[in-house]
Design a protein around this ligand. Structure first.
Ligand SMILES: [Zn+2]
Length: 138
């Protein structure tokens, strides 16, 4: 009997822990620079805009629009075998950063560039949740 293969799960480190702690609590946490006021993502130690080491964690709106997407048909990791075909999406958040995730709650053929999305959080392993995005309704 074979053992079930699961998807790989991110391992938070000291720099990214606030992002994952927030996701676990259903909050999208991003870094915002106290020197220039610009948001950044992915997680980093210094502001990519002004290079100041003054990045602060703030709760983001969780709202954005679909910038682009691709549909994954290949099984590059056995943990994703039951998920194909799934979308890999880039979402432009209101804060001005672009995040790669998945759009959930609608069929892949209903994805439209520019559609309004909002973050939800999916438990993907013990103590790890990830932001996913669903269409804004109404
Ligand atoms: Zn800055």
């Amino acid at each position: 009997m074979s053992e079930a293969v699961t998807k790989p799960v991110p391992i938070p480190d000291s720099i990214s822990a606030p992002f994952f702690d927030g996701a676990r609590q259903g909050r999208l946490m991003l870094q915002c620079c106290a020197a220039c006021g610009k948001w950044s993502f992915p997680v980093r130690e210094r502001c990519p805009h002004c290079f100041a080491a003054k990045l602060e964690w703030r709760q983001a709106s969780g709202r954005g629009t679909l910038y682009t997407f691709a549909i994954m048909h290949q099984v590059m990791n056995p943990g994703f075998a039951s998920a194909v075909p799934y979308n890999i999406a880039q979402i432009d958040l209101e804060e001005g950063v672009r995040m790669t995730s998945n759009v959930v709650g609608i069929p892949n053929n209903a994805l439209k560039i520019g559609m309004k999305l909002e973050a939800i959080f999916e438990d993907v392993g013990q103590d790890v949740s990830l932001p996913k995005f669903r269409p804004v309704t109404g």
